[in-house]
Design a protein around this ligand. Sequence first.
Ligand SMILES: *Cc1c(COP(=O)(O)O)cnc(C)c1O
Length: 366
Amino acid sequence: MPSNSNEGFARLLHHHSKDLDQGAPVNPAITLSSVYALPDGPEAEHRYGRWSNPTWSALEESFTILENATALAFPSGMAAIASVLCSVLKTGDRILLPADGYYTTRIFAEHYLARFGVTVDTCPALEFGKRDLTGYNVVLIETPSNPRLDLIDIADVAARSHTVRAVLVADNTTMTPLGQRPLDLGADIVVSSDTKAINGHSDVLFGHVASRHQDLLAGVRDWRSLAGAIPGPFESWLVHRGLETLEVRLQRMCSNAQSLAGHLAMKESLVEVTYPGLPSHPQHDLASRQMALFGSVMALTFPDEGSAEDFITRCRLIRPTTSFGGIHTSAERRARWGDDVPRGFVRLSVGAEPLEELLQALDEVL
Ligand SMILES: *Cc1c(COP(=O)(O)O)cnc(C)c1O
């Protein structure tokens, strides 16, 4: 298990309160301004609201510490992903996407990238290991896959992507940099939907891109300024506030998930419990190698649709919502969205509730 995943988090917490002037506020302000004073010419840190804003800059500094790589903020995870794909790819290029990754990324590629002459191919998470990457310009991975929680060996795909000069993009939404560090394992760019665990309170959409390749990042930054996919100052401030408790929330959520997975795995009423932290997960060894935490998401397979829906609606500590990574435990039956899973397959996103109460609430309905 990587040992220094939390390196920098304490620094992140104190970053904005260092070297302040006497009497200065210690928290970043919400700056609502589209224009900036430029009496002496257009040279200044901030010039126009589509190019930069002090509230997002403050958040980007925190993301940069978190990722140990330069980071750019976006108004949603999809805006972050679209900016990377649109700025890196050109006509005639080829991209490989996970067949079982975030659905909207695939739809975006098939609707728009294909129209501009990019060939879009897909591959299930479990087949990346043997897939020939020759000819691809961009390879995008998501591990664990969602919702089946299959893993991709990041270091292996990174090495093979670089042999064929492909840019490796990792969607690290489910894990966050505290749970898994794709850039350290060789990925060139990380994209994240901060709508999930990073903000953590299910009240804002947000995203970011991080990379140690300044040339790639410059293209992403230009794309953001030109296309106008910019975050609002208030949302940036909310994410900054959420981010400060990420480490405590995630520790609790992941340890809750580990306990729950072990507990639920013994229930006769479930066909299967899938969680990378369980020794019964077929890729538990890989999980232990590349993940610092095993995550807050698990899959529960019920015998049928009825028992799955019953579990979700009757449990008093489960919110019947889509999405994951929030502090409130939530669940949904993924076949509702057309995922290629059994009808009784439930994605459970474990929250930060006290463990004893959560166990009791689940026992009441199982
Ligand atoms: C939610 C999600 C996205 C999209 O993020 P939005 O903030 O909803 O735009 C992308 N990738 C993954 C893995 C996600 O879970």
